[in-house]
Design a protein around this ligand. Structure first.
Ligand code: NAD
Length: 421
């Protein structure tokens, strides 16, 4: 559940503000400056009319929110989902501001979305919707203004249509307007695996803190898309057992560990993890409560709540998804001694390699995957160390510490820039 209608525990933008205020207290941040930094700079709502395959017209609603551009151009994905609403997009944009500051990449925060059920649309309808949406938000995007990327239900094909539409309008090939593009069209080596690789790098740091060996550790992963699928592959490569996974259609379980390569083949063939040979079905709501050492929520918001947090068995949670844990659940997990690696740190691998992609596009010089992965892991390890040291300094959990690092960076730049009047 997301959005304003969902009540404070489940409204992601309210959750963002709560976490921000908590960090601001530690930093003794001026309240007015806090208001500036919490409030989205710009919100655009657009009508996206589309000619459907059956000859009828449909009008979709699209959003682009630029939360903050103090440090650099807005940066953040585009989500296609029937549950998209303005408060969700606001929260996702604000989290991007925080995330870019945590990993120290020179971007602000933005996010976009279209309310639609992409699975009910043909390729042609998806392309026409993407192109019309791109044209509708043209005035506020650009390599130096706002650089979108993939998110839930969007992929490198959608990014290619986005880049092409923008380029046709400005009459020049402009690869740096969007990241997560295909290789050969300004895309970066290592981008599709980047968020999962960042999740692994975060998990390795967290395991060292908890003195947990990854070899043989039991891992449960919610969501088996870009983030969850790659996280499963890369974590399994370290000798961990992936004991449970889920997707929108259901969950599966095998306490001895699932064969991740075969699971990917099953998902490719059937479009779901459900029915995988060598697994038993699991109640999808119970995935976060399953017996495991590590839990990786990599699907959607508000899945670890005040209701189920007490039943979480994992000792480490690495938030591949944005906003999977509510603020009420945080307190319960803290009491249980669970080490929660927050979204704005743990899933920052994607935006980090998006930053590398944007740099490569502007240089017109492309790195090999080895360099991308090496620099990604270095950035993730540095960010983890800074957040962990901040947590020790202020005696807080990792989420509050990540917000302290991020708010401090954005506030300090904002003060240096001064307020244009
Ligand atoms: P995706 O569309 O590739 O995959 C989403 C997966 O989650 C699918 O397997 C889907 O079936 C599953 N899912 C959706 N709702 C579910 C539910 N209620 N229960 C269980 N499974 C469910 O999306 P993605 O890019 O992997 O993004 C997943 C999360 O990670 C989102 O919160 C996104 O904002 C965040 N994220 C993505 C990136 C990235 O680079 N793609 C970067 C940072 C954060």
């Amino acid at each position: 559940m997301s959005g304003a209608a969902a009540g404070a525990e489940h409204n992601p933008f309210e959750q963002f503000k709560k976490r921000f205020d908590n960090a601001a207290k530690y930093l003794k941040l001026d309240a007015g400056l806090g208001d500036i930094l919490k409030t989205p700079t710009r919100e655009l709502t657009v009508a996206v009319p589309v000619l459907m395959d059956d000859g009828t017209y449909r009008v979709f609603t699209g959003y682009r929110v630029q939360h903050n551009t103090a440090i650099g151009p807005a940066k953040g994905g585009i989500r296609y989902d029937s549950k998209v609403d303005i408060d969700e997009v606001r929260a996702l944009a604000a989290w991007m501001t925080m995330k870019c500051a945590v990993v120290n990449v020179p971007f602000g925060g933005g996010k976009g979305g279209i309310i639609c059920d992409p699975k009910a649309l043909s390729q042609g309808e998806l392309e026409r919707m993407t192109r019309r949406y791109t044209a509708a938000i043209m005035d506020i995007i650009g390599p130096d203004k706002d650089v979108p990327a993939p998110d839930v239900n969007t992929n490198e094909q959608v990014m290619a249509w986005f880049m092409d539409t923008y380029s046709m309008h400005v009459r020049q090939a402009t690869t740096a307007v969007v990241t997560g593009k295909p290789i050969g069209l300004g895309g970066s080596a290592g981008r599709s695996a980047a968020t999962g690789r960042g999740v692994l790098a975060t998990l390795e740091c967290a395991a060292a803190v908890k003195k947990m060996k990854l070899k043989g550790a039991k891992v449960a992963i919610q969501g088996f898309g870009n983030v969850g699928g790659w996280a499963a592959t890369l974590i399994a490569e370290q000798g961990a057992k992936i004991v449970a996974v889920s997707d929108i259609q259901g969950a599966i379980h095998n306490p001895q560990g699932l064969d991740v390569a075969k699971l990917h083949a099953h998902v490719k063939a059937t479009k779901s993890v459900v029915g995988f040979k060598g697994s038993k079905p699991l109640d999808a709501d119970k995935l976060v409560e399953v017996e495991c050492d590590v839990l990786v929520p990599a699907a959607t918001e508000n899945v670890i709540t005040a209701k189920n947090a007490k039943n979480v068995k994992a000792k480490i949670i690495v938030e591949g998804a944005n906003g999977p844990t509510t603020a009420d659940a945080d307190a319960i997990l803290d009491d249980k001694g669970v080490l929660v690696c927050p979204d704005i740190l743990a899933n920052a691998g994607g935006v980090t390699v998006s930053y590398f992609e944007w740099v490569q596009d502007r240089m017109g010089y492309f790195w090999d995957e080895e360099r991308v992965n090496k620099e990604l892991v270095q950035k993730m390890q540095k960010a983890f160390a800074e957040v962990h040291a901040t947590a020790e300094q202020y005696k807080t959990n990792m989420r509050t510490a990540a917000y302290i690092v991020a708010v401090d960076r954005v506030a300090s730049v904002t003060k240096k820039r001064g307020l244009y009047a």
